[in-house]
Design a protein around this ligand. Structure first.
Ligand SMILES: Nc1ncnc2c1ncn2[C@@H]1O[C@H](COP(=O)(O)OP(=O)(O)OP(=O)(O)O)[C@@H](O)[C@H]1O
Ligand SMILES: [Mg+2]
Length: 527
Protein backbone atom coordinates (compact mmCIF):
# COMPACT_ATOMS: atom_id res chain seq x y z
CA UNK A 1 0.00 0.00 0.00
CA UNK A 2 1.40 3.39 -0.94
CA UNK A 3 1.85 6.12 1.63
CA UNK A 4 -0.99 8.12 0.11
CA UNK A 5 -3.27 5.09 0.29
CA UNK A 6 -2.18 4.49 3.89
CA UNK A 7 -3.66 7.87 4.72
CA UNK A 8 -7.02 6.78 3.39
CA UNK A 9 -7.27 3.72 5.62
CA UNK A 10 -10.47 3.58 7.59
CA UNK A 11 -10.14 0.25 9.38
CA UNK A 12 -9.50 -3.50 9.19
CA UNK A 13 -11.53 -6.55 8.28
CA UNK A 14 -12.76 -8.42 11.35
CA UNK A 15 -15.19 -10.89 9.84
CA UNK A 16 -16.41 -11.66 6.37
CA UNK A 17 -18.49 -14.00 4.28
CA UNK A 18 -19.36 -14.08 0.60
CA UNK A 19 -23.04 -14.17 1.44
CA UNK A 20 -23.12 -11.72 4.32
CA UNK A 21 -20.50 -9.14 3.36
CA UNK A 22 -17.41 -7.84 5.12
CA UNK A 23 -17.42 -6.33 8.60
CA UNK A 24 -14.79 -3.73 9.26
CA UNK A 25 -13.69 -2.28 12.58
CA UNK A 26 -13.12 1.42 12.01
CA UNK A 27 -9.90 3.07 13.05
CA UNK A 28 -11.59 6.42 12.51
CA UNK A 29 -12.84 7.73 15.80
CA UNK A 30 -15.87 9.40 14.28
CA UNK A 31 -18.26 7.22 12.28
CA UNK A 32 -19.97 10.35 10.97
CA UNK A 33 -17.28 10.60 8.29
CA UNK A 34 -18.50 7.45 6.56
CA UNK A 35 -21.81 7.15 4.76
CA UNK A 36 -23.69 4.34 3.09
CA UNK A 37 -22.92 4.01 -0.60
CA UNK A 38 -19.30 5.20 -0.26
CA UNK A 39 -16.80 3.27 -2.40
CA UNK A 40 -13.95 1.56 -0.52
CA UNK A 41 -11.22 -0.95 -1.23
CA UNK A 42 -10.29 -3.88 1.00
CA UNK A 43 -6.71 -4.62 -0.01
CA UNK A 44 -6.44 -8.40 0.12
CA UNK A 45 -3.26 -10.29 -0.79
CA UNK A 46 -4.25 -11.32 -4.32
CA UNK A 47 -7.21 -9.05 -4.92
CA UNK A 48 -8.43 -5.58 -4.26
CA UNK A 49 -12.02 -5.96 -3.14
CA UNK A 50 -14.00 -3.07 -4.55
CA UNK A 51 -16.87 -2.57 -2.08
CA UNK A 52 -19.55 -0.10 -1.11
CA UNK A 53 -20.49 0.78 2.42
CA UNK A 54 -23.81 -0.94 3.09
CA UNK A 55 -24.15 -0.03 6.76
CA UNK A 56 -22.40 1.97 9.48
CA UNK A 57 -23.04 0.97 13.06
CA UNK A 58 -21.88 1.04 16.66
CA UNK A 59 -21.96 -2.54 17.93
CA UNK A 60 -23.58 -3.03 21.34
CA UNK A 61 -21.08 -2.89 24.24
CA UNK A 62 -22.09 -3.64 27.83
CA UNK A 63 -19.85 -1.05 29.42
CA UNK A 64 -21.25 1.64 27.15
CA UNK A 65 -24.72 0.75 28.37
CA UNK A 66 -23.55 1.23 31.96
CA UNK A 67 -21.70 4.49 31.36
CA UNK A 68 -24.22 6.22 29.12
CA UNK A 69 -25.84 9.26 30.82
CA UNK A 70 -23.24 9.26 33.59
CA UNK A 71 -20.62 11.97 33.06
CA UNK A 72 -18.87 10.90 36.21
CA UNK A 73 -18.74 7.30 35.05
CA UNK A 74 -17.23 8.31 31.72
CA UNK A 75 -14.54 10.38 33.43
CA UNK A 76 -13.55 7.42 35.55
CA UNK A 77 -12.70 5.34 32.49
CA UNK A 78 -9.58 6.70 30.83
CA UNK A 79 -10.30 4.73 27.70
CA UNK A 80 -13.10 7.12 26.87
CA UNK A 81 -10.90 10.15 26.57
CA UNK A 82 -9.52 10.65 23.08
CA UNK A 83 -5.90 9.69 22.71
CA UNK A 84 -5.99 7.24 25.57
CA UNK A 85 -8.20 4.80 23.82
CA UNK A 86 -5.64 2.70 22.11
CA UNK A 87 -4.05 -0.15 23.96
CA UNK A 88 -3.35 -3.68 22.88
CA UNK A 89 -6.88 -4.01 21.77
CA UNK A 90 -7.13 -1.00 19.49
CA UNK A 91 -10.00 1.34 20.12
CA UNK A 92 -12.02 0.26 23.11
CA UNK A 93 -15.07 1.96 21.74
CA UNK A 94 -15.35 1.65 18.03
CA UNK A 95 -17.76 1.77 15.19
CA UNK A 96 -18.04 -0.71 12.38
CA UNK A 97 -19.07 -0.71 8.77
CA UNK A 98 -20.58 -3.50 6.75
CA UNK A 99 -19.23 -3.62 3.21
CA UNK A 100 -20.84 -5.13 0.18
CA UNK A 101 -18.10 -6.39 -2.17
CA UNK A 102 -18.92 -5.57 -5.80
CA UNK A 103 -15.92 -6.66 -7.88
CA UNK A 104 -12.61 -8.38 -7.37
CA UNK A 105 -9.68 -6.70 -9.05
CA UNK A 106 -6.65 -8.92 -9.59
CA UNK A 107 -3.68 -7.04 -8.12
CA UNK A 108 -1.30 -8.45 -10.69
CA UNK A 109 -3.10 -7.90 -13.97
CA UNK A 110 -6.13 -5.77 -13.13
CA UNK A 111 -8.63 -8.41 -14.32
CA UNK A 112 -12.07 -7.98 -12.82
CA UNK A 113 -14.27 -10.83 -11.65
CA UNK A 114 -17.38 -11.43 -9.61
CA UNK A 115 -17.06 -11.78 -5.89
CA UNK A 116 -16.61 -15.41 -4.92
CA UNK A 117 -14.20 -15.09 -2.01
CA UNK A 118 -13.32 -12.91 0.98
CA UNK A 119 -10.24 -11.00 2.15
CA UNK A 120 -8.18 -12.35 5.12
CA UNK A 121 -8.59 -11.12 8.71
CA UNK A 122 -6.96 -7.74 9.39
CA UNK A 123 -7.05 -6.75 5.74
CA UNK A 124 -6.71 -2.98 5.57
CA UNK A 125 -9.68 -1.11 4.20
CA UNK A 126 -9.32 2.31 2.65
CA UNK A 127 -11.44 4.84 0.83
CA UNK A 128 -11.27 4.22 -2.91
CA UNK A 129 -9.33 6.62 -5.10
CA UNK A 130 -10.24 7.83 -8.56
CA UNK A 131 -7.63 5.44 -9.96
CA UNK A 132 -9.42 2.46 -8.38
CA UNK A 133 -12.76 3.60 -9.64
CA UNK A 134 -11.62 4.50 -13.14
CA UNK A 135 -10.75 0.90 -13.82
CA UNK A 136 -14.34 -0.08 -13.10
CA UNK A 137 -16.23 2.68 -14.81
CA UNK A 138 -14.91 3.06 -18.29
CA UNK A 139 -16.60 5.47 -20.66
CA UNK A 140 -17.91 4.22 -24.00
CA UNK A 141 -18.74 5.99 -27.23
CA UNK A 142 -22.33 6.45 -26.09
CA UNK A 143 -21.82 7.22 -22.42
CA UNK A 144 -22.35 10.42 -20.48
CA UNK A 145 -22.18 11.14 -16.76
CA UNK A 146 -25.48 11.77 -15.00
CA UNK A 147 -23.69 12.56 -11.77
CA UNK A 148 -20.77 11.62 -9.56
CA UNK A 149 -20.05 8.58 -7.46
CA UNK A 150 -21.41 9.05 -3.98
CA UNK A 151 -18.51 9.91 -1.67
CA UNK A 152 -16.30 10.98 -4.57
CA UNK A 153 -17.43 14.32 -5.97
CA UNK A 154 -14.51 14.42 -8.38
CA UNK A 155 -15.47 11.18 -10.11
CA UNK A 156 -18.25 11.18 -12.66
CA UNK A 157 -20.03 7.96 -13.50
CA UNK A 158 -20.51 7.26 -17.20
CA UNK A 159 -23.84 5.69 -18.09
CA UNK A 160 -24.09 3.96 -21.43
CA UNK A 161 -27.13 5.49 -23.09
CA UNK A 162 -27.14 3.05 -25.96
CA UNK A 163 -27.54 0.15 -23.52
CA UNK A 164 -29.98 2.10 -21.39
CA UNK A 165 -32.36 2.70 -24.27
CA UNK A 166 -32.35 -0.86 -25.57
CA UNK A 167 -34.74 -2.15 -22.94
CA UNK A 168 -37.47 -0.82 -20.65
CA UNK A 169 -36.06 1.11 -17.71
CA UNK A 170 -37.42 2.87 -14.64
CA UNK A 171 -36.88 5.92 -12.46
CA UNK A 172 -38.36 5.21 -9.07
CA UNK A 173 -38.47 7.44 -6.02
CA UNK A 174 -40.77 9.09 -3.55
CA UNK A 175 -42.21 12.50 -4.14
CA UNK A 176 -39.61 15.28 -4.49
CA UNK A 177 -36.80 12.72 -4.69
CA UNK A 178 -35.67 14.27 -7.97
CA UNK A 179 -37.26 11.98 -10.58
CA UNK A 180 -38.37 14.70 -12.97
CA UNK A 181 -34.98 16.41 -12.94
CA UNK A 182 -33.12 13.16 -13.42
CA UNK A 183 -35.51 12.38 -16.23
CA UNK A 184 -34.76 15.68 -17.88
CA UNK A 185 -31.03 15.02 -17.64
CA UNK A 186 -31.55 11.58 -19.16
CA UNK A 187 -33.64 12.93 -22.04
CA UNK A 188 -31.06 15.61 -22.80
CA UNK A 189 -28.30 13.01 -22.86
CA UNK A 190 -30.28 10.62 -25.04
CA UNK A 191 -30.59 13.45 -27.54
CA UNK A 192 -26.98 14.50 -27.12
CA UNK A 193 -25.63 10.99 -27.69
CA UNK A 194 -28.16 10.45 -30.49
CA UNK A 195 -28.90 6.87 -29.43
CA UNK A 196 -32.69 7.27 -29.65
CA UNK A 197 -35.59 9.68 -29.99
CA UNK A 198 -37.92 10.42 -27.09
CA UNK A 199 -41.65 10.87 -26.69
CA UNK A 200 -42.76 12.84 -23.65
CA UNK A 201 -46.31 13.36 -22.48
CA UNK A 202 -45.69 16.73 -20.92
CA UNK A 203 -48.40 17.15 -18.30
CA UNK A 204 -46.99 20.20 -16.56
CA UNK A 205 -45.31 22.00 -19.39
CA UNK A 206 -41.80 21.17 -18.20
CA UNK A 207 -40.04 19.82 -21.26
CA UNK A 208 -40.67 22.46 -23.93
CA UNK A 209 -38.55 25.60 -24.08
CA UNK A 210 -38.75 26.49 -20.38
CA UNK A 211 -40.28 24.56 -17.52
CA UNK A 212 -43.48 26.20 -16.31
CA UNK A 213 -42.82 24.87 -12.80
CA UNK A 214 -39.31 26.18 -12.18
CA UNK A 215 -38.31 28.05 -15.31
CA UNK A 216 -35.36 25.74 -16.01
CA UNK A 217 -34.51 25.10 -19.64
CA UNK A 218 -36.30 22.30 -21.42
CA UNK A 219 -35.44 19.99 -24.30
CA UNK A 220 -36.71 22.36 -26.96
CA UNK A 221 -34.31 24.98 -25.66
CA UNK A 222 -31.27 22.78 -26.07
CA UNK A 223 -32.34 20.80 -29.12
CA UNK A 224 -34.66 23.03 -31.13
CA UNK A 225 -33.91 21.07 -34.31
CA UNK A 226 -34.51 17.67 -32.79
CA UNK A 227 -37.73 18.40 -30.91
CA UNK A 228 -41.17 18.55 -32.44
CA UNK A 229 -43.28 20.45 -29.93
CA UNK A 230 -46.99 19.62 -30.11
CA UNK A 231 -49.88 20.74 -27.94
CA UNK A 232 -53.37 19.54 -27.07
CA UNK A 233 -54.23 23.11 -26.12
CA UNK A 234 -53.24 25.44 -28.98
CA UNK A 235 -55.20 28.35 -27.48
CA UNK A 236 -52.81 28.38 -24.55
CA UNK A 237 -49.55 27.30 -26.19
CA UNK A 238 -49.05 29.27 -29.39
CA UNK A 239 -45.49 28.13 -30.02
CA UNK A 240 -46.26 24.44 -30.39
CA UNK A 241 -48.11 22.86 -33.30
CA UNK A 242 -51.71 21.81 -32.54
CA UNK A 243 -52.29 18.10 -32.06
CA UNK A 244 -55.69 16.50 -32.55
CA UNK A 245 -56.89 12.99 -31.90
CA UNK A 246 -59.27 11.45 -34.36
CA UNK A 247 -62.32 10.12 -32.45
CA UNK A 248 -62.33 7.12 -34.79
CA UNK A 249 -59.14 5.90 -33.18
CA UNK A 250 -60.78 5.50 -29.74
CA UNK A 251 -61.25 1.91 -28.54
CA UNK A 252 -63.24 0.48 -25.62
CA UNK A 253 -60.00 -0.05 -23.69
CA UNK A 254 -59.14 3.64 -23.91
CA UNK A 255 -62.44 4.62 -22.33
CA UNK A 256 -62.35 1.93 -19.65
CA UNK A 257 -58.84 2.93 -18.63
CA UNK A 258 -59.48 6.67 -18.59
CA UNK A 259 -62.89 6.71 -16.93
CA UNK A 260 -62.17 5.03 -13.65
CA UNK A 261 -65.70 5.05 -12.22
CA UNK A 262 -67.45 2.86 -14.80
CA UNK A 263 -69.46 -0.02 -13.40
CA UNK A 264 -68.97 -3.48 -14.84
CA UNK A 265 -72.30 -3.11 -16.60
CA UNK A 266 -71.23 0.15 -18.20
CA UNK A 267 -68.02 -1.49 -19.36
CA UNK A 268 -70.02 -4.34 -20.89
CA UNK A 269 -72.27 -1.77 -22.56
CA UNK A 270 -69.25 -0.10 -24.16
CA UNK A 271 -68.20 -3.42 -25.70
CA UNK A 272 -71.71 -4.11 -26.90
CA UNK A 273 -72.08 -0.68 -28.52
CA UNK A 274 -68.64 -0.99 -30.03
CA UNK A 275 -69.71 -4.24 -31.69
CA UNK A 276 -72.64 -2.60 -33.44
CA UNK A 277 -71.43 0.93 -34.09
CA UNK A 278 -70.98 0.53 -37.85
CA UNK A 279 -69.23 3.56 -39.35
CA UNK A 280 -69.74 5.75 -36.29
CA UNK A 281 -66.88 6.46 -33.96
CA UNK A 282 -67.33 4.90 -30.51
CA UNK A 283 -68.12 8.16 -28.69
CA UNK A 284 -70.81 9.13 -31.21
CA UNK A 285 -72.22 5.62 -31.08
CA UNK A 286 -72.53 5.77 -27.29
CA UNK A 287 -73.95 9.27 -27.35
CA UNK A 288 -76.64 8.43 -29.91
CA UNK A 289 -77.74 5.07 -28.53
CA UNK A 290 -81.43 5.42 -27.60
CA UNK A 291 -82.74 4.01 -24.31
CA UNK A 292 -84.32 0.62 -24.89
CA UNK A 293 -82.70 0.18 -28.30
CA UNK A 294 -80.25 -2.47 -27.11
CA UNK A 295 -81.95 -5.21 -25.14
CA UNK A 296 -78.94 -6.12 -23.02
CA UNK A 297 -78.26 -2.56 -21.83
CA UNK A 298 -80.59 -1.32 -19.07
CA UNK A 299 -81.63 2.34 -19.39
CA UNK A 300 -79.97 3.32 -16.12
CA UNK A 301 -76.68 1.83 -17.29
CA UNK A 302 -76.88 3.65 -20.59
CA UNK A 303 -77.63 6.97 -18.90
CA UNK A 304 -74.76 6.52 -16.46
CA UNK A 305 -72.42 5.69 -19.31
CA UNK A 306 -73.55 8.64 -21.43
CA UNK A 307 -73.07 11.00 -18.49
CA UNK A 308 -69.52 9.72 -17.95
CA UNK A 309 -68.37 9.82 -21.54
CA UNK A 310 -69.48 13.45 -21.66
CA UNK A 311 -66.22 14.16 -19.81
CA UNK A 312 -64.30 12.82 -22.79
CA UNK A 313 -66.66 14.20 -25.39
CA UNK A 314 -65.95 17.77 -24.32
CA UNK A 315 -62.19 17.47 -24.99
CA UNK A 316 -61.52 19.95 -27.75
CA UNK A 317 -58.59 18.11 -29.22
CA UNK A 318 -60.87 15.24 -30.27
CA UNK A 319 -61.47 16.15 -33.89
CA UNK A 320 -61.46 14.29 -37.14
CA UNK A 321 -58.98 15.44 -39.76
CA UNK A 322 -60.40 18.40 -41.71
CA UNK A 323 -60.96 17.48 -45.39
CA UNK A 324 -58.50 20.15 -46.47
CA UNK A 325 -55.66 18.80 -44.31
CA UNK A 326 -53.07 16.57 -46.00
CA UNK A 327 -52.56 14.33 -43.01
CA UNK A 328 -54.00 13.86 -39.51
CA UNK A 329 -51.97 14.76 -36.43
CA UNK A 330 -50.89 11.22 -35.68
CA UNK A 331 -49.64 10.68 -39.22
CA UNK A 332 -47.73 13.94 -38.96
CA UNK A 333 -46.20 12.87 -35.65
CA UNK A 334 -45.21 9.53 -37.11
CA UNK A 335 -43.62 11.25 -40.08
CA UNK A 336 -41.51 13.33 -37.68
CA UNK A 337 -40.52 10.22 -35.75
CA UNK A 338 -39.48 8.58 -39.01
CA UNK A 339 -37.32 11.62 -39.68
CA UNK A 340 -35.58 10.99 -36.36
CA UNK A 341 -37.33 13.75 -34.43
CA UNK A 342 -38.34 13.60 -30.79
CA UNK A 343 -41.79 14.58 -29.59
CA UNK A 344 -42.87 16.70 -26.63
CA UNK A 345 -46.65 16.68 -26.34
CA UNK A 346 -47.80 19.57 -24.17
CA UNK A 347 -51.09 18.99 -22.32
CA UNK A 348 -51.80 22.67 -21.71
CA UNK A 349 -54.85 23.15 -19.54
CA UNK A 350 -55.57 19.42 -19.50
CA UNK A 351 -52.37 18.71 -17.56
CA UNK A 352 -54.05 18.42 -14.20
CA UNK A 353 -56.55 15.83 -15.37
CA UNK A 354 -55.25 12.37 -14.84
CA UNK A 355 -58.08 11.04 -17.01
CA UNK A 356 -56.89 12.97 -20.05
CA UNK A 357 -53.34 11.82 -19.53
CA UNK A 358 -54.31 8.14 -19.33
CA UNK A 359 -56.56 8.49 -22.32
CA UNK A 360 -54.11 10.28 -24.61
CA UNK A 361 -50.97 8.38 -23.64
CA UNK A 362 -52.73 5.07 -24.19
CA UNK A 363 -54.18 5.97 -27.59
CA UNK A 364 -50.92 7.31 -28.96
CA UNK A 365 -48.77 4.52 -27.58
CA UNK A 366 -51.16 1.84 -28.83
CA UNK A 367 -50.98 3.18 -32.35
CA UNK A 368 -47.22 3.44 -32.18
CA UNK A 369 -47.10 -0.14 -30.99
CA UNK A 370 -49.18 -1.26 -33.97
CA UNK A 371 -46.91 0.54 -36.36
CA UNK A 372 -43.63 -0.49 -34.74
CA UNK A 373 -44.62 -4.15 -34.58
CA UNK A 374 -45.78 -4.12 -38.17
CA UNK A 375 -42.13 -4.63 -39.09
CA UNK A 376 -42.61 -3.37 -42.60
CA UNK A 377 -39.84 -0.85 -42.03
CA UNK A 378 -37.03 -0.02 -39.66
CA UNK A 379 -38.20 2.83 -37.47
CA UNK A 380 -35.84 4.89 -35.31
CA UNK A 381 -35.47 3.75 -31.72
CA UNK A 382 -38.04 5.59 -29.61
CA UNK A 383 -38.28 5.85 -25.83
CA UNK A 384 -41.75 6.63 -24.46
CA UNK A 385 -41.62 8.23 -21.01
CA UNK A 386 -44.46 7.41 -18.71
CA UNK A 387 -44.95 9.40 -15.52
CA UNK A 388 -47.26 8.04 -12.82
CA UNK A 389 -46.65 4.72 -14.45
CA UNK A 390 -48.56 2.68 -11.87
CA UNK A 391 -51.78 4.16 -13.22
CA UNK A 392 -51.09 2.27 -16.45
CA UNK A 393 -49.32 -0.72 -15.03
CA UNK A 394 -51.24 -1.68 -11.91
CA UNK A 395 -52.19 -5.35 -12.16
CA UNK A 396 -55.91 -4.50 -12.39
CA UNK A 397 -55.54 -2.18 -15.40
CA UNK A 398 -52.39 -3.55 -17.02
CA UNK A 399 -54.34 -5.57 -19.56
CA UNK A 400 -56.24 -2.51 -20.73
CA UNK A 401 -53.11 -0.62 -21.57
CA UNK A 402 -50.50 -1.22 -24.14
CA UNK A 403 -47.72 -0.46 -21.70
CA UNK A 404 -47.33 -3.85 -20.09
CA UNK A 405 -46.78 -5.26 -23.58
CA UNK A 406 -44.40 -2.44 -24.35
CA UNK A 407 -42.42 -3.12 -21.19
CA UNK A 408 -42.32 -6.81 -21.89
CA UNK A 409 -41.64 -7.55 -25.49
CA UNK A 410 -40.68 -4.47 -27.38
CA UNK A 411 -36.95 -4.63 -27.32
CA UNK A 412 -36.75 -6.21 -30.72
CA UNK A 413 -39.04 -3.57 -32.18
CA UNK A 414 -37.05 -0.49 -31.18
CA UNK A 415 -39.88 0.87 -29.03
CA UNK A 416 -38.93 1.21 -25.39
CA UNK A 417 -40.83 2.45 -22.37
CA UNK A 418 -39.36 4.34 -19.45
CA UNK A 419 -41.36 4.16 -16.26
CA UNK A 420 -41.31 7.05 -13.81
CA UNK A 421 -43.09 6.36 -10.58
CA UNK A 422 -43.29 6.96 -6.88
CA UNK A 423 -45.19 3.80 -5.96
CA UNK A 424 -43.36 0.87 -7.53
CA UNK A 425 -45.25 -1.57 -5.30
CA UNK A 426 -48.37 -0.77 -7.31
CA UNK A 427 -46.80 -1.81 -10.60
CA UNK A 428 -47.34 -5.31 -11.92
CA UNK A 429 -44.43 -7.59 -10.85
CA UNK A 430 -44.26 -9.02 -14.32
CA UNK A 431 -43.43 -5.56 -15.70
CA UNK A 432 -40.89 -4.80 -12.99
CA UNK A 433 -39.05 -8.01 -13.73
CA UNK A 434 -38.52 -6.97 -17.36
CA UNK A 435 -36.64 -3.77 -16.64
CA UNK A 436 -33.15 -3.58 -18.08
CA UNK A 437 -32.10 -0.75 -15.77
CA UNK A 438 -33.50 0.79 -12.62
CA UNK A 439 -32.59 4.11 -11.12
CA UNK A 440 -33.80 4.11 -7.56
CA UNK A 441 -33.99 7.41 -5.75
CA UNK A 442 -35.02 7.80 -2.15
CA UNK A 443 -37.88 5.43 -1.23
CA UNK A 444 -39.13 4.92 2.30
CA UNK A 445 -42.08 2.58 2.12
CA UNK A 446 -40.77 -0.97 2.62
CA UNK A 447 -43.24 -2.34 0.06
CA UNK A 448 -41.99 0.13 -2.57
CA UNK A 449 -38.38 -0.63 -1.77
CA UNK A 450 -38.84 -4.33 -2.12
CA UNK A 451 -40.75 -3.92 -5.39
CA UNK A 452 -38.11 -1.55 -6.74
CA UNK A 453 -35.33 -4.01 -6.02
CA UNK A 454 -37.14 -7.29 -6.63
CA UNK A 455 -35.10 -9.76 -8.61
CA UNK A 456 -31.77 -7.98 -8.09
CA UNK A 457 -29.01 -10.15 -6.63
CA UNK A 458 -28.39 -9.26 -2.97
CA UNK A 459 -31.55 -7.20 -2.97
CA UNK A 460 -31.47 -6.93 0.82
CA UNK A 461 -28.13 -5.15 0.88
CA UNK A 462 -29.22 -2.72 -1.82
CA UNK A 463 -32.50 -2.17 -0.02
CA UNK A 464 -30.58 -0.94 3.02
CA UNK A 465 -28.59 1.40 0.84
CA UNK A 466 -31.57 2.70 -1.13
CA UNK A 467 -33.49 3.26 2.08
CA UNK A 468 -30.86 5.54 3.50
CA UNK A 469 -29.84 7.65 0.50
CA UNK A 470 -30.83 11.33 0.50
CA UNK A 471 -32.85 13.15 -2.14
CA UNK A 472 -31.23 13.67 -5.55
CA UNK A 473 -29.16 10.53 -5.12
CA UNK A 474 -29.83 7.41 -7.16
CA UNK A 475 -28.87 3.78 -6.95
CA UNK A 476 -28.42 2.52 -10.50
CA UNK A 477 -28.69 -1.17 -11.24
CA UNK A 478 -28.60 -2.65 -14.71
CA UNK A 479 -26.46 -3.13 -17.78
CA UNK A 480 -25.94 0.58 -18.52
CA UNK A 481 -23.38 0.66 -15.73
CA UNK A 482 -20.97 -2.13 -14.91
CA UNK A 483 -21.85 -2.60 -11.24
CA UNK A 484 -24.68 -1.30 -9.05
CA UNK A 485 -23.71 2.26 -8.21
CA UNK A 486 -24.89 5.07 -5.98
CA UNK A 487 -24.78 8.36 -7.85
CA UNK A 488 -25.23 11.92 -6.66
CA UNK A 489 -27.28 13.30 -9.51
CA UNK A 490 -25.86 16.19 -11.48
CA UNK A 491 -27.11 19.67 -10.60
CA UNK A 492 -29.37 20.53 -13.51
CA UNK A 493 -27.93 24.04 -13.58
CA UNK A 494 -24.68 22.50 -14.84
CA UNK A 495 -26.23 20.81 -17.83
CA UNK A 496 -25.85 23.91 -19.92
CA UNK A 497 -22.07 23.67 -19.97
CA UNK A 498 -22.12 19.91 -20.52
CA UNK A 499 -24.42 20.10 -23.51
CA UNK A 500 -22.47 22.94 -25.04
CA UNK A 501 -19.21 21.04 -24.71
CA UNK A 502 -17.87 19.38 -27.82
CA UNK A 503 -19.85 16.49 -29.32
CA UNK A 504 -20.41 13.45 -27.16
CA UNK A 505 -17.14 12.17 -25.79
CA UNK A 506 -15.29 9.86 -28.11
CA UNK A 507 -12.65 7.48 -26.86
CA UNK A 508 -9.11 8.03 -27.94
CA UNK A 509 -7.42 5.15 -29.71
CA UNK A 510 -5.33 4.66 -26.55
CA UNK A 511 -8.48 4.24 -24.49
CA UNK A 512 -10.01 1.86 -26.98
CA UNK A 513 -6.87 -0.28 -26.91
CA UNK A 514 -6.98 -0.36 -23.14
CA UNK A 515 -10.63 -1.38 -23.04
CA UNK A 516 -9.97 -4.13 -25.58
CA UNK A 517 -7.07 -5.38 -23.48
CA UNK A 518 -9.15 -5.37 -20.32
CA UNK A 519 -11.90 -7.25 -22.08
CA UNK A 520 -9.41 -9.85 -23.23
CA UNK A 521 -8.12 -10.29 -19.69
CA UNK A 522 -11.61 -10.75 -18.38
CA UNK A 523 -12.37 -13.36 -21.00
CA UNK A 524 -9.14 -15.17 -20.13
CA UNK A 525 -9.80 -15.03 -16.43
CA UNK A 526 -13.24 -16.57 -16.97
CA UNK A 527 -11.98 -19.23 -19.34
N1 LIG B 1 -30.66 17.24 -10.39
C1 LIG B 1 -31.22 18.34 -9.84
N2 LIG B 1 -30.71 19.56 -10.06
C2 LIG B 1 -31.27 20.66 -9.51
N3 LIG B 1 -32.35 20.63 -8.72
C3 LIG B 1 -32.92 19.45 -8.44
C4 LIG B 1 -32.40 18.23 -9.00
N4 LIG B 1 -33.15 17.22 -8.57
C5 LIG B 1 -34.11 17.76 -7.79
N5 LIG B 1 -33.99 19.08 -7.70
C6 LIG B 1 -34.84 19.99 -6.88
O1 LIG B 1 -35.75 19.23 -6.12
C7 LIG B 1 -37.10 19.50 -6.49
C8 LIG B 1 -37.87 18.19 -6.61
O2 LIG B 1 -37.36 17.42 -7.68
P1 LIG B 1 -38.30 16.74 -8.77
O3 LIG B 1 -39.36 17.66 -9.20
O4 LIG B 1 -37.41 16.18 -9.80
O5 LIG B 1 -38.91 15.59 -7.85
P2 LIG B 1 -39.91 14.42 -8.28
O6 LIG B 1 -39.32 13.17 -7.73
O7 LIG B 1 -40.19 14.48 -9.72
O8 LIG B 1 -41.18 14.78 -7.42
P3 LIG B 1 -42.74 14.44 -7.77
O9 LIG B 1 -42.92 13.01 -7.36
O10 LIG B 1 -43.45 15.38 -6.87
O11 LIG B 1 -42.96 14.67 -9.22
C9 LIG B 1 -37.02 20.25 -7.82
O12 LIG B 1 -38.03 21.19 -7.95
C10 LIG B 1 -35.65 20.90 -7.76
O13 LIG B 1 -35.74 22.15 -7.13
MG1 LIG C 1 -41.91 14.78 -10.87
Amino acid sequence: MTEADEKRVIGEVVDASVLGGINVKLSLTNPENIRTGFPVIAEGKKYDFYCVVADVFNPPVDVVDSLATSDLGKLSIPAVSPGLQKGYFGNVFYSKVLLEPIQLIDKENGAMTDVETIPPYFTKVRLATTTDVKAIYQPTKTSMAIGNLRGMPEFEIPIDFDKLTQKAFALLGRTSAGKSFLNKIICNFILKTGVASVLLFDMHNEYGTYSATDNSRGLKFYFPEKIEWLTLNPEKNKEAAPFFIDPRSITPEDLILAITDLTTRMQDAIWTINGRRGRNDLLTAIRTTQPGSVATIPDSTLQGLQARIARIDRLQFLRPKPKSAKEDSFTMMLRKIREGKSIVLDFGRYGRESMVYLFVANIISRRLHEIYTDRGEDLPRLVIFLEEAHKFLAPEVAELTIFSILAREMRKFNLVVSIIDQRPSKIDDEVMSQLGNRMILSLKDPKDLSAALAGIPKAKVWTNIAQSIPLRTALIVGDAVRVPTVIEVLDYAKIDAILKAAPARRMTSEQIKKVAKDAERIVQSIG
